[in-house]
Design a protein around this ligand. Structure first.
Ligand code: FAD
Ligand code: NAI
Length: 528
């Protein structure tokens, strides 16, 4: 039976009102957040009676700690050469202009200005952590320097979250000690905003130089050969973005290079993306083949010059073949190495003598062999992979730990003063009241003190593999269910996951706008 006209009208009216209400709700939410982000409240001044907590770094670990830390309880000092937080998962998209670099940066000044108590920030590198004197030596290596560009910062508590630097070494002893010759001088890396900007410039420079009048055929081929070393997620995502750039934009705007532009990925292991499940590794390798990205597995780079890389490839029969590969752009993405300041700290501590990958820490992230020094993220050596997910969870854990330490100290102080009043009192009724209060405080103290050790909860791994496809190894319900998916739907999931994870509403709007802009007008092919 057909729905009566009156009822149909009611349903339509209801839907119309719902649309209006949700639009109004969305607008109110946006207005509130924009207003809030632009109007930080007054802050408490630093308090000499509070302990000084020094945080090194402004990356995933340190900023997650800062975000959840109750700064009312400490005088917090942040030291980092980078005055912003960088959302690294979208950094490969900045190399081709799919996303503009400022869209994934969040100024540290915005973050600290929204904390309850003022937080000091020094744009500097920590060059030495003096464990005995409990000071950090800091240097301003930026272009503009004042009369003072080197000083010391004392700490009561210290959190080391300086991340890692780019690995340039190989698996053999000599290469381990001195690094692979020529990498630092000739390759681009992909860790910081500056790296992505350099790559973007260099890709266009290679293209414009290849189309220079009277360029030889051989030289054109070299200049248009983009080589990526390292088949981990960084190398894979960058190679995918680069090939997308070529297929969707360069092929159209610079037709002369259409038959020559080539991306090659070189990996020492038998397959790429070793942390993903076998089906997704196969899917990625097949997708790369379809996209015309050449993948050279079992191929180890041994030496780099300004125009070529020397590799040793392992054949199917196990024999080794040496080869020279010309390149125009070389991007080096072979993982992490320990930073100098961390290596120096490790040499000061006998408890660190067996640690190779970074600072060994206990279950509460306290640096082994120290008291009051914690480490998190890529500069710490734990059983977990060096990822943003791990660093962020460690930051949240340390915020809980510091907040509960402050509460513990406050309750202990109250208990001491109640105890003093109890000793001084002669009145039985008052004594009974004080005893009851002491018991209640004692119970709340033991609750606050019950912080269990750090436990990582793996949500899964995601990677973009080009041509609007992504791979995802996901864990649901605390790991009870896991799934491995790849394709275009996974790509939509990848996008929505990252857009919901970027630091602020501002970042979210900028990233969404960049994606729309790229879809509508394509990527910018001008060289800055
Ligand atoms: P970082 O985030 O690297 O921060 C280190 C901070 O320390 C920086 O602010 C730096 O300026 C500062 N610093 C450096 N030296 C000093 C010093 N001497 N003194 C004081 N401060 C110093 N992980 C994922 O889980 N998912 C992803 O999708 C993902 N994508 C990635 C994509 C790329 C291109 C890269 C490079 C990494 C990606 N990662 C991803 C890994 C992730 O970014 C790192 O694991 C994470 O950044 C580690 O966090 P961290 O806080 O230890 O270090
Ligand atoms: P990685 O350590 O994951 O991979 C580096 C690769 O380079 C290895 O497979 C290694 O075999 C190869 N390699 C090393 N030396 C080589 C040589 N001389 N010649 C050829 N190949 C060589 O490094 P990556 O990709 O930089 O990642 C670092 C960390 O960041 C990892 O923990 C990773 O999981 C995380 N990350 C996660 C992402 C994601 O989840 N989407 C994206 C990017 C990074």
């Amino acid at each position: 039976t057909p729905i009566p006209k009156k009822q149909r009208f009611r349903v339509l009216r209801f839907l119309w009102r719902l649309t209006w209400l949700s639009t109004l709700g969305g607008a109110a939410y946006l207005t509130y957040h924009i207003y809030d982000s632009k109007h930080p409240p007054e802050q408490l001044p630093l308090d000499p009676a509070k302990k000084t907590l020094v945080i090194l770094g402004s990356g995933w670990g340190s900023v997650s700690l800062l975000k959840k830390l109750d700064t009312e309880d400490y005088n917090v000092v942040v030291i980092s050469p980078r005055n912003f937080f960088l959302f690294t998962p979208l950094l490969p998209s900045c190399t081709t202009g799919t996303i503009e670099h400022r869209s994934i940066m969040e100024p540290l000044r915005h973050i600290i200005r929204h904390k309850k108590r003022a937080v000091k920030y020094y744009e500097a590198e920590a060059t030495k952590i003096d464990v005995d004197r409990r000071v950090v030596k800091i240097n301003d290596f930026s272009d503009v320097k004042g009369n003072v560009s080197e000083t010391e910062v004392p700490f009561d508590y210290l959190v080391v979250g300086v991340g890692a630097e780019n690995a340039t070494f190989g698996k053999f002893l000599m290469l381990c000690l001195f690094g692979i010759p020529g990498v630092k001088e000739n390759a681009c890396f992909l860790k910081e905003i500056g790296d992505a900007q350099q790559i973007r410039k260099k890709v266009m420079d290679c293209i414009e130089t290849a189309t220079f009048k009277d360029q030889t055929e051989e030289e054109k081929d070299r200049l248009l050969h983009m080589v990526v070393v390292g088949g981990g997620p960084t190398g894979i995502e960058f190679a995918a973005e680069l090939q997308d750039f070529f297929e969707e934009d360069l092929r159209k705007w610079v037709p002369d290079i259409a038959d020559r532009f080539k991306v090659t990925l070189v990996e020492a292991l038998p397959n790429v993306l070793p942390m993903f499940s076998k089906s997704l590794i196969d899917y990625t390798e097949k997708t790369f083949k379809d996209e015309n990205i050449s993948v050279r597995t079992k191929t180890m780079v041994k030496k780099v010059t300004d125009k070529n890389i020397e590799v040793e490839a392992t054949q199917a029969d196990g024999s080794k073949v040496k080869e020279s590969i010309n390149y125009g752009l070389l991007v080096w993405a072979t993982g992490n190495a320990v930073r100098g300041v961390v290596r120096d700290l490790m040499t000061q501590l006998p408890a660190q003598k067996n640690s190779r990958r970074g600072l060994a820490v206990n279950d509460y992230l306290v640096v082994d062999g120290t008291d009051g020094i914690w480490a998190l993220g890529d500069c710490s050596a734990t059983k977990y992979a060096p990822t943003a997910q791990v660093a962020a969870q460690q930051g949240n854990f340390l915020a809980r730990l510091f907040n509960s330490m402050a509460k513990t100290q406050a309750v202990e102080e109250e208990l001491r003063s109640l105890d003093a009043r109890l000793q001084a009192s002669a009145d039985d009724a008052e004594k009974a009241l004080l005893n009851a209060e002491i018991n209640a405080k004692g119970r709340s103290l033991s609750k606050v003190k019950q912080l269990s050790p750090f436990q990582y909860s793996h949500q899964g791994s995601l990677a973009y593999i080009g041509a609007d496809r992504a791979v995802a190894d996901l864990n649901w319900f605390g790991g009870a269910i896991s799934s491995a998916t790849g394709g275009e739907l996974t790509y939509l999931f990848w996008r929505s996951a990252y857009v919901s994870m970027v630091f602020s509403l501002r970042n979210r709007i900028l990233v969404l706008t960049d994606w729309l802009k790229t879809k509508a007008f394509g990527r910018d092919v001008s060289r800055e």
